[in-house]
Design a protein around this ligand. Sequence first.
Ligand code: UD1
Length: 420
Amino acid sequence: MKDSFLVTGGARLQGAVKVSGAKNSVLKLMAAALLAEGTTTLRNCPEILDVPLMRKVLEGLGCQVDIDGEVVRITTPAEPRSDADFDAVRQFRASVCVLGPLTARCGRAVVALPGGDAIGSRPLDMHQTGLEKMGATTMIRHGAVVAEAANLRGAHITLDFPSVGATENILTAAVLAEGQTVLDNAAREPEVIDLCDMLVSMGAQIEGAGTSTITITGVERLHPTEHEVIGDRIVAGTWAYAAAMTRGDVTVGGIAPRHLHLALEKLKVAGAEVEAYQHGFRVRMDRRPSAVDYQTLPFPGFPTDLQPMAIGIASIAEGTSVITENVFESRFRFVDEMQRLGADASVDGHHVVIRGIDQLSSTPVWSSDIRAGAGLVLAALVADGQTEVHDVYHIDRGYPHFVEDLRSLGAEIERITHES
Ligand code: UD1
């Protein structure tokens, strides 16, 4: 648990990497397998810690789950249990995505509240309101969210904010509800489209995936399916920013470049050459990046999960950048660690102003979440000397073969295993 990465700065990243399936898709797709009795097969699954954690949650609900490399098979019983195992669920926030499928399938769901984390308080009010509109009662009891519905009915639901998780829980409940659900101000993230594609292949009736209005006509039952998980745009974006920061030349495969459109456009403005292919892209940079402003927003805006990478490139850019966080309240904790690496950054509310400097300087730093951890490694790649990045279990939760991929691109990075 206490492993760290020792990174020696200075290498120019060069070569090709292929990304695996998206973390933020696979966990929801695994949960969606609860909607149909029988065996659902998912391909292109990433080998990250969150997948076995989700297996534990599903096994606790009565499913059998086999993980065989990038293939995950989930066999769902005729009557899954409705109470998700408290300890399994509490370990990772994304497990809340079983709420929708369980309410639809069992008429009842008990899912431990994930609580806050390093990036903000992350309430579930929109998930609850959506299910209530469909006729469920929901309450918080003994640290868990409890939803009950003898009969879910279609409803017109308008989200206050296009929340990814609320959109997904409402979708996975509405597919088995009686009648039509219209979900307005829905999230448009590629992972939501991936979930809709899988649900449709299970027999669901869904229109408008990828737009702000999704219409779902409930069906009586769904059947198991085989589905390939989309590529991880956040991992792909991490490699894109690493290439630009190290003045490298990296080709990233396994990803639809349109899923990263704005993040790649920003790199062009910073001075990189970007070529998009059908299933990948190439980023080349041969000079110090120029300063660029960023604001995080729901898709197709700049992804909040790449905000640490934006701060990373801004910290060594020529000029001053303003980065505005609009999605999560506490996501700037990462800036403290960047300041320790020498970044000239100051936080003002949900903005951070960064005056680029020539080079960061190494010191031990601590990861606070998956993306902040990856962001610190990118910063370490352009710092002078050796930087030890601690608490890398966060990175292991979201980046498969992180060290191997970076090394194959020429980075000097090694994992240090601490005994205690
Ligand atoms: C998902 C992603 C995460 C990404 C985020 C935004 C997964 C496992 N995680 O998280 O990596 O950063 O989308 O793209 O897919 N909110 C409420 N009430 C609610 C629900 C959300 O206030 O009921 C707020 C949150 O606190 C946050 C904002 O809405 O400020 C966006 O959250 P949401 O889109 O729901 O993110 P997640 O689904 O949790």
